[in-house]
Ligand binder design. Structure first.
Ligand SMILES: O=C(O)CCC(=O)C(=O)O
Length: 255
């Protein structure tokens, strides 16, 4: 399906766009129930004195159903349009804010964690529930992707902080099933869930096929190649074992 000219313009100018509801109602129902199943035993991440939200990395390794959705042509074709003909599934993670979860995800750029080269990759956030300001939707600083990677530091949670200024950004609400696409350089955060219902999101990231770790120069050929020469692969391949346990042991539990 890919992206249209207006979506590309928004990506380039503001750093994000709505890809739209790419899954049918039946698909979304299957995805939601599999997400809930995969999210048993999540990490609980909370700022000091605030109630936590739930976090779980790499659902696609735990569920063949979620692997199928994460590598679906609807997402991969859009990633090819944004990144080029060779694309890898770089990472995925669940961020689930149950009713009353008070903790924020602080301002950050996704490339403020592991330094990826090329620096711009893409994040797709699937809204499993509609997101609103009240239930902790994403907030974005428009155009921040044009300022390059900012220094980030660890917070007292697993998440990093890359901005301390007073730019409030703009809320970016999503309808149920909407997929929000944004740059790995776009500064974003999310707030508390003050509603009575859950706010579940599934974050899926794609990088260039030839991407590597900017510091170590090690290529990300341990991540699934999902498109080659612009063609979505029916059977994604990885050239090298993905030792995700070592990453998690080293404290890299977020993208
Ligand atoms: O879904 C959220 O609340 C924030 C997720 C996020 O910022 C991220 O995964 O990088």
């Amino acid at each position: 399906m890919g992206i249209c000219a207006e979506q590309r313009r928004q990506f380039e100018e503001r750093g994000w766009f709505h890809l739209g509801p790419v899954f049918s109602a039946e698909e979304l129902a299957e995805l939601r129930s599999e997400y809930d199943r995969a999210l048993t035993n999540p990490l609980r991440i909370g700022e000091q004195g605030k109630s936590p939200f739930e976090y779980s990395p790499l659902l696609h390794l735990r569920s063949p159903v979620l692997l199928r959705y994460a590598t679906s042509p609807q997402l991969v074709e859009a990633a090819v349009d944004l990144l080029g003909p060779d694309v890898r599934l770089y990472w995925d993670q669940a961020v689930s804010k149950p009713a009353g979860a008070e903790s924020d995800v602080p301002w950050h750029q996704d490339n403020g964690y592991t330094p990826v080269e090329p620096e711009e990759y893409v994040t797709f956030t699937v809204a499993i529930d509609a997101t609103r300001v009240e239930n902790g939707c994403l907030w974005i600083q428009p155009g921040s992707h044009r300022d390059g990677v900012q220094p980030h530091r660890r917070t007292d949670t697993l998440f990093y902080r890359g901005y301390d200024g007073d730019d409030p950004g703009v809320p970016v609400e999503q309808e149920e099933g909407d997929v929000l696409a944004f740059s790995s350089l776009t500064m974003h955060r999310s707030g508390a869930n003050r509603s009575a219902g859950p706010r579940r999101s599934w974050v899926i990231q794609f990088c260039h096929g030839h991407a590597c770790n900017q510091k170590t120069r090690v290529p990300f050929d341990d991540r699934l190649l999902v498109a080659r020469d612009g063609v979505v692969l029916e059977e994604p391949v990885r050239e090298r074992e993905f030792d995700w346990k070592a990453l998690l042991d080293a404290g890299q539990a977020t993208s």
